[in-house]
Design a protein around this ligand. Structure first.
Ligand code: GDP
Ligand code: MG
Length: 363
């Protein structure tokens, strides 16, 4: 999974990136145009250690998320499309966008628009993205109409009709997320990587002093979370970045002092998994216990394909049980004797927390 971190300049994007990726990219400076921070971060999962213990795995391999941190979105971005095409192209490949919105007040960090106004910023970034998508829609429509002027091929007509619906939505300044598309229509336009079609996580970046008002802030932004494929998370990025740079014991003390129950990293990951409909499954053997990501509703064969492409074709069955059952049984033989280990076939829908042992034909 790849998440693109976007937002106005100087709102804390790189600070959020550092928190999530536990990295040290330079903050404060205007990330120069074209500069992109990339990082792969482990998804913390306590279940993995427990499984490794039971199975006696030598190591654990967590699932990962890739983060992409780009320069701030400014009003001129669409006019400067040439210059920014690199950044936009990068964003078109991500699975979801995390839009960092500044709520913290800090005189020493001037806002490009002269004041801190989160709703205005959300509006202007949405508008920039809608314009960027609209440009693609219009170019494509032009080309299709020219090309198929005198022909009435149903497939092209369908695409034209669909793009016209996209155009209409975008011209109203609305994101494509609001369109109710069939699977087929979805497939038709997936290749364009429309920014306003991607699941959106609004990250409200507050200061330490606003932590007391966190419920009110959540309430204030809840209307965005009610929009299709959109979720909201409130966090104090600077505080969280400092927290992420401490070792585990110090971090625990620090969190207790600040009255934080889970780190932003955990909340961010949980929220983005939910937003994207992702689940985790595990594989274990004496070498490693490993966590993997799937979409809800995907099958044991899809799981096999995640592990190894050849595995999907060679799939025979999967010995399956929930991680809780395995941990509570204490061992595989014990779980088996209790009848907790099930043989599941190709169409089995993998459940959150399943441990899979996939049997495949060696050819
Ligand atoms: N007071 C305060 N300052 C912050 C916070 N988050 C970021 N900053 C500061 O805002 C400036 C811009 O941060 P940066 O992460 O580089 O923003 P970006 O341009 O969006 O990537 C830096 O000086 C940060 O130290 C915050 O939560 N509180
Ligand atoms: Mg930055």
């Amino acid at each position: 999974m790849r998440i693109g971190i976007v937002g106005r300049p100087q709102v804390g994007k790189t600070t959020v990136f550092n928190t999530l990726a536990q990295s040290n990219a330079e903050i404060g400076g205007y990330t120069s145009r074209g500069q992109i921070n990339l990082s792969t971060a482990n998804v913390p999962d306590e279940r993995l250690e427990r499984l490794a213990e039971i199975v006696g795995s030598q190591k654990t391999t967590p699932a990962t998320i890739d983060y992409v941190d780009v320069a701030g979105v400014t009003k001129s971005d669409v006019e400067q499309a040439e210059l920014d095409s690199g950044m936009l192209a990068e964003l078109r490949t991500v699975d979801a966008l995390a839009h960092v919105v500044r709520l913290f007040a800090d005189e020493s960090v001037p806002h490009v628009d002269g004041s801190v106004d989160a709703e205005r910023d959300i509006e202007s970034v949405s508008l920039e993205f809608a314009l960027a998508d609209l440009q693609i829609v219009e170019n494509r429509l032009d080309r299709l109409r020219k090309q198929f002027q005198n022909q009435k091929l149903p497939e092209q007509q369908n695409e034209i009709r669909l793009l016209e619906a996209c155009q209409e939505t975008l011209e109203k300044g609305e994101p494509l997320r609001t369109l109710d598309l069939s699977d087929n229509e979805e497939k038709l336009i997936r290749g364009y990587g429309f920014l306003t079609q991607k699941p959106l996580l609004l990250v409200c970046n507050i200061s330490e002093t606003q932590l007391e008002a966190v419920d009110e802030i959540r309430e204030r932004f809840s209307k965005y979370g009610a929009e299709p494929q959109t979720a909201v998370i409130v966090l104090a990025a600077q505080l969280e970045m400092e927290l992420s740079q401490l070792d585990a014991a110090d971090a625990e003390i620090f969190m207790a002092e600040m009255g934080l129950r889970e780190s932003a990293l955990e909340r961010f990951i949980q929220t983005s998994y939910k937003l994207l409909g992702l689940i985790t499954f595990f594989t274990t053997n004496p070498t490693e216990a490993r966590a993997w990501t799937l979409r809800e509703g995907q099958t044991a064969v899809d799981a096999a394909g995640r592990i190894h492409t050849d595995f999907a074709d060679a799939f025979i069955r999967s010995e399956t049980l929930s991680w809780v059952d395995l941990v509570e049984s204490g061992s595989y033989p014990e779980a088996r004797s209790k009848g907790l280990l099930r043989a599941e076939g190709k169409t089995y829908q993998v459940q959150e927390g399943d441990v899979l042992l996939i049997l495949a034909n060696p050819n």
